[in-house]
Ligand binder design. Structure first.
Ligand code: FES
Ligand SMILES: [Fe+2]
Length: 476
């Protein structure tokens, strides 16, 4: 696609991103724009519909809803999961409402039509009372929805012409395969109802630029984000992980004391663990503490690199000796795939720290409201997995039970949504170096709304999915 035709497409999109580091505010509240997303984005993308541990046995199903669509995700065999539109082929009643077990298939509660778990219609009450035209098999079986399983999750796509999920994953796929994310199980699952546009909610997690101000507890003691102060930290350009740069960013002298360094590292992991009520597991914090007598090089960068290698191996050994698989963390580091926050277009995040992770999914429920779900994911020995968490009832964004870190993020969001309406606030101005993912996301969205070619959209998805904190990128 040449430059001119791309510009032509973008011109057809209302509130289009025409300057990459400026995002028009109306994209976050104009109902007409929301409608365009509903028509041109959501029906054509892979959506994370369920975690597979929700449906462990044949016949187990989970319902995934987004906008006005409802889909049944059902395990049809030990190694097979399928999806159907959740509506009766007679007069449209939703067949199931929540997660459940359909051992004998589905029965419509209105007039009793039935289907087996493979979606075949098995019963119509008084079929001779209908014209033959209305009783052909294709009209009676449940409508299938494309589904692919990967990374311990079921993904669905309403577009039969969309590329396979694998072709769209970009670096996100390599990261999660190397991390063996498919081995993780949900420790807990929560949901927040946020009074903000779904994109705004996601973008609070697309850059680490906000961490120093919004989450000051994540700064090492004595460090500040006030420019001009001698204790001001500048984030290193080549940060491997958040824990790495936070530890590195402390006001350590030219030479580090090994024990002091390892204690600081354990402290950061502890604060993350408490702040997220997950994300780093307490077992891993204990492993850090158990290493405190490890001698490290005196130079801070060398100490950090050496410690990370030692710690990665110690954590991997812990998992393997307890019968859990976790991948090679040092190989991920060498390939620069061990980033802490990773986005999967269009609405999903994975946040691994060493062997555990948090995960987010965001779904719109109106132009200015959304559901933000969080999972804490851990590795468990076979047979010791926790019970399946119940489907969460969304809680208000300011519910006092939120762990400290999401509570801090959620506190900014309603204020930001209101501020976007302010007269004279035409667009967000982004750092093209640190907030590039926000721009990359919106320009890919414009590609969907404006009718870019499938080849351009695939390249865009491969470019956008992966680490956060990336610069503005181009793919056309
Ligand atoms: S609406 Fe389902 S059987 Fe009539
Ligand atoms: Fe945050």
């Amino acid at each position: 696609m040449n430059e001119m035709s791309t510009e032509g497409l973008r011109g057809a999109v209302p509130h289009a991103v025409t300057t990459p580091d400026r995002i028009p505010a109306a994209r976050y509240y104009d109902p007409a724009f929301y409608e365009l997303e509903k028509q041109h984005l959501w029906p054509r993308v892979w959506q994370m519909a369920a975690r597979l541990e929700e449906i462990p046995d044949v016949g187990d199903y989970a319902v995934y809803r987004n906008l006005d669509q409802s889909v049944i995700v059902i395990r049809t065999a030990a190694d097979e999961v399928k999806a159907y539109q959740n509506h009766c082929r007679h007069r449209g009643v939703e067949l199931v409402q929540k997660r459940g077990k359909a051992r004998g298939g589905f029965i419509c509660p209105f007039h009793g039509w039935r289907w087996d778990k493979d979606g075949n219609n098995t019963f119509v009450y008084e079929p001779t009372a209908f014209s033959a035209d209305n009783m052909c098999k294709a009209d009676l079986d449940l409508v299938p929805v494309r589904l692919e399983t990967w990374m311990g999750c079921a993904f669905i796509n309403f577009d039969d012409g969309a590329p396979p999920l694998r072709d769209t994953l970009g670096d996100f796929g390599r990261k999660m395969d190397g991390f063996k994310a498919e081995q993780l199980r949900a420790e807990w699952w929560l949901a927040a109802r946020l009074p903000v546009n779904w994109k705004l909610a996601m973008e609070a997690f697309m850059e680490g630029y906000h961490v120093a101000t919004t989450h000051p507890q994540l700064l090492p003691m004595g460090v500040t984000n006030k420019p001009g102060d001698a204790r001001y930290i500048k984030l290193p350009d080549d940060a491997v992980t958040a824990t790495f740069w936070i530890t590195m960013g402390s006001t350590m002298p030219d030479e580090v004391d090994s024990r002091q360094f390892i204690d600081a590292y354990a402290e950061v992991m502890q604060v993350l663990s408490e702040g997220m009520a997950g994300m780093t597991s307490p077992e891993e914090v204990e492993i850090v503490r158990s290493l405190r007598d490890t001698p490290l090089p005196a130079h801070p960068a060398a100490a950090a690199a050496a410690f990370r290698t030692i710690l990665n191996d110690a954590i991997a050994d812990y998992y393997k000796s307890n019968g859990m698989d976790c991948g090679d963390f040092n190989a991920l580091d060498r390939e620069r795939l061990a980033t802490n926050v990773n986005f999967l277009f269009p609405h999903f995040f994975m946040l691994p720290v060493h062997g555990a992770a948090s995960s987010y999914r965001i779904r719109p429920t109106g132009p200015e409201e959304c559901i933000f779900e969080l999972w804490s994911l851990k590795r468990y020995p076979v047979g010791q997995e926790p019970p399946i968490p119940p489907v969460p009832e969304p809680k208000p964004h300011d519910d006092p039970s939120w762990p400290p870190i999401p509570r801090q993020d959620y506190a900014n969001l309603p204020r930001q949504q209101r501020g976007l309406h302010g007269a004279g606030f035409e667009y967000m101005r982004l750092s093209e170096q640190m907030e590039g993912l926000v721009s990359n996301f919106h320009r890919l969205e414009d590609g969907f709304i404006g009718g870019a070619s499938q080849a351009a959209l695939v390249k865009g998805m491969q470019t956008v999915s992966g680490a956060i904190d990336v610069p503005v990128r181009y793919w056309e």
